[in-house]
Design a protein around this ligand. Structure first.
Ligand code: PMP
Length: 358
């Protein structure tokens, strides 16, 4: 029996996608070989590549002003590529310091130039976000993290940044809701939460910004290289892109981003309501206005009870509920592929556990 996997990433994938990949893995659609053994210049791979790109554009309604790229190196490589391409040595950028992932992005930008923290959530232990932000004159971009996977805070509306391009790390909530792509200079995400297995990184970038990428950069590190070659400059992560295409087809067949958003809100509501219903036992530290629909973080009265809770959940086939080691506590990740029944099973278990130990 498959477990309910509440891990923060890599995370649960739709069973029908896993089955479709399994069915075609050994011999891909009459080729006489697997797609992952075939040339990435083959017509069969070309069809997969272009289908995946087209589905990204369709589901997120990417306007013609923006380019979609499929890269490697995870969101982590983007932390470095962004300042190298857009800030340049000695330049400056703005950033919202919203939690653990923003911190990593900021650390890499600070290796290239000056980072102005236009908001720092430190005083609230990263449990809230600013209503709006003021950009700094001369900033090359403003970087935000649309969903902090570890602290469980999520932007509900995105700030207006005028002429300063807004760049967002959307690794843990991409494709979970519609996004105003035109508002962003760039938006990027590692795949292993809502898009598929690790190995591919989605980058959506405003075309005019490509002109700012310096020719002095090594080829792979320059966004222009990938845009000019339709993300086929070098060997792409074939399996990850194929799987991502299957995940995107699954999203489309589930009502697109409006459909998954509705379900994601329902699932998150179930768990947040359970926390509220047993407020003397569970506690969510996050500002209710910015609670994440993807990563629900909560505490129990003691660390000992948290350990017991995580172990008892595991015995019932619910795994991945331990909070990140840097913050402790519990965390339920409810990405697109977590079914409503999974969130319901967790909510029921939480109620039972609170009654037995409260
Ligand atoms: N940003 C966020 C918001 C994340 O959740 C993660 C991964 N958990 C990363 C960046 C790093 O992603 P990767 O491992 O793909 O480099």
């Amino acid at each position: 029996m498959r477990k309910y996997n509440f891990s923060a990433g890599p995370s649960t994938l739709p069973v029908s996608v896993l089955e479709a990949l399994q069915k075609d893995l050994v011999e891909y659609q009459g080729m006489g070989l697997s797609l992952i053994e075939a040339s990435h210049r083959s017509p069969e791979y070309d069809a997969v590549h272009s289908t995946t790109l087209a589905l990204v554009k369709e589901l997120l309604q990417v306007p013609d002003t923006h380019e979609v790229l499929l890269l490697q190196g995870g969101a982590t490589l983007q932390f470095g590529m962004i300042p190298l391409n857009f800030m340049g040595q000695g330049g400056s950028c703005d950033a919202v310091m919203s939690g653990s992932w923003a911190k990593k992005a900021i650390a890499d930008s600070a290796k290239v130039g000056t980072v102005n923290k236009v908001f720092d959530g430190k005083d609230s232990s990263y449990t809230t976000l600013p209503d709006n932000v003021t950009t700094t004159a001369g900033a090359a971009y403003l970087h935000i993290t649309s969903n902090e996977t570890i602290e469980g805070v999520q932007w509900k509306n995105f700030p207006d940044t005028g002429d300063v391009p807004l760049i967002a790390d959307a690794s843990s909530d991409i494709m979970s809701r519609p996004l105003p792509i035109a508002k962003f200079g760039m938006i990027y995400a590692g795949a292993q939460k809502n898009l598929g297995p690790a190995g591919v990184t989605l980058v959506i970038i405003r075309k005019d910004l490509l002109e700012r990428c310096p020719d002095s950069l090594p080829a792979y590190l320059n966004y222009k290289t990938h845009a000019d070659k339709d993300s086929l400059y070098n060997t792409p992560p074939v399996f990850a892109i194929w799987a991502m295409g299957e995940v995107l087809k699954w999203i489309k067949s589930n009502g697109g981003l409006d459909g998954v958003q509705k379900l994601n809100e329902q699932k998150a509501q179930l768990v947040y309501d359970t926390i509220a219903a047993h407020g003397d036992f569970y506690r969510c530290p996050v500002d209710p206005e910015v609670r994440s629909t993807m990563n629900v973080v909560f505490r129990l009265p003691t660390e000992e009870l948290e350990k017991q809770f995580i172990a008892a959940a595991k015995d019932k086939g619910m795994i991945g509920l331990k909070g990140h080691r840097s913050v402790g506590g519990c965390r339920a990740s409810l990405y697109n592929a977590m079914p409503l029944e999974g969130a319901q099973a967790l909510a029921d278990f939480m109620t039972e556990f609170a009654k037995a130990h409260g």
